[in-house]
Write a protein that binds this ligand. Structure first.
Ligand code: GLV
Ligand code: MN
Ligand code: MN
Length: 403
């Protein structure tokens, strides 16, 4: 199992890795994404699994009859944020194949179908919306809304899918497929330091914080940076800057998080006052009321600053995921299968498991991250912990699918 893990990790390591930053740029329906998908299919076929893509472009590798029902499914995603780390997503997919290898080496006898998945476009780096593949499958994103998604170059999601060889006419809810799943378990690198602090290599998820993305458009007037008096300007940049600081303050006061991590400026010239500053707010909190307090405070600070600077403001909520409490029975069962002494942790990060939990009993395993850094090339997990993660996943799958 350790050898198969290493070999898979070695094969995936160069795919979509930027030579300068060392970070991964595996965005949905790009060449790097296609290479990851080819790798997935090869892994499935090398193990004699039945390979298929579903109507939404998610990949599946089946041991046993996909149509029989009562399936146990594991997996994660292979796409990345811009300049992401190696582990967020791929650790779950690679560990899934390695756990199957481990179970075969143990001589495990499967009494239920088992599948490994790669959900498409989990990070939403290209089209702005996270978990597109799982949201479509679970009916949380309509086909019509998916057709409206565009990347930064104006390419629509269906155009991108078609260019990658997939049929966008097929996308939509997949309730029959989800009804054939009895349990979905996603292994993921931890994106915080809880396990580092408890000293455990593996933990089980309790809940995902409610979170969302809001697009702030600050529109002013383009003008000459050298000749326009300050009092004559309608400059959206100071309004944006005040909004960023207000978001930080509101999050601090509420014990939440708020981030402006992406910005677009027009015309984007050094010597031009901008006509438009577009910034994306990502905000998350332990509960809905706190998140509402933060997002309302940011919006009202932005509106107040916009009025003062003569700037027009529009705010659009581009995505939202309510709080997810993972299935308690499945979570407790995982705890038992892992010997009863695993930490149970909440997380502020979103996952396909969170989306699927509305339709399928779902659980997550986290693998220790020694620095907690994620969504960065510095993201890391120690080799021994990755191996412990594979063993834990194998134990869980054996308990769920071999009895
Ligand atoms: C996904 O990783 C997210 O939480 O943004
Ligand atoms: Mn991520
Ligand atoms: Mn992830």
């Amino acid at each position: 199992m350790t050898a198969s893990f290493h070999e898979m990790w070695r094969q995936l390591a160069p795919v979509g890795r930027h030579p300068d930053s060392g970070g991964y740029r595996r965005h949905a329906w790009t060449g790097a994404d296609a290479d990851c998908r080819t790798w997935f299919q090869e892994q499935a076929e090398a193990r004699g699994l039945h390979y298929e893509t579903d109507r939404n472009g998610n990949q599946w590798a089946w041991l046993g009859d996909p149509l029989a029902g009562g399936a146990v499914v594991t997996g994660s995603h292979l796409d990345s944020v811009p300049d992401g780390g190696a582990f967020d997503g791929p650790l779950g997919v690679v560990s899934s194949f390695a756990a199957l290898d481990e179970l075969r080496a143990r001589g495990a006898e499967f009494t239920r179908p088992l599948a490994i998945t790669n959900f498409g476009d989990e990070e939403g780096a290209r089209f702005g919306l996270a978990c597109v593949g799982s949201r479509l499958a679970a009916g949380q994103l309509t086909r019509e809304a998916a057709y409206e998604l565009r990347d930064g170059d104006g390419i629509t999601l269906p155009q991108a899918m078609e260019a990658a060889g997939y049929d966008p006419a097929a996308i939509g809810p997949d309730p029959e497929r989800l009804a054939r799943i009895d349990a979905f378990v996603e292994l993921h690198v931890e994106q915080g330091r809880a396990l580092d602090l408890t000293g455990d290599p593996v933990g089980v998820a309790s809940a995902i914080w409610p979170h969302g993305r809001w697009r702030y458009d600050f529109r002013g007037e383009a003008n000459h940076a050298g000749t326009t008096r300050l009092v004559d300007r309608r400059d959206p940049m100071p309004t944006y800057a005040e909004t960023v600081l207000a978001a930080r303050r509101a999050a601090e006061l509420a014990g939440a998080v708020a981030t402006f991590g992406k910005i677009a400026v027009e015309p984007n010239g050094v010597n031009a006052i901008p006509s438009l500053v577009r910034g994306w707010l990502d905000s998350r909190a332990a509960d809905q009321a706190t998140l509402d307090t933060v997002t309302a405070a940011v919006e009202s600070a932005a509106a107040e600053a916009a009025a003062r600077h003569g700037v027009d403001l529009t705010v659009v909520r581009e995505s939202f995921t309510p709080v997810v409490e993972f299935d308690h029975a499945l979570r407790d069962e995982l705890g038992k299968l892992l010997g009863g002494r695993v930490p149970v942790l909440g997380t502020g990060a979103g996952h396909d498991a969170g989306i699927l939990s509305a339709a399928v009993p779902t659980a997550m395993l986290f693998v220790r991250n020694p620095t907690g850094v994620s969504h960065s090339p510095a993201e890391r997990a120690e080799e021994d912990d990755c191996v412990a993660g594979v063993r834990a996943l194998a134990d869980v799958l054996e308990g769920l699918a071999c009895r």
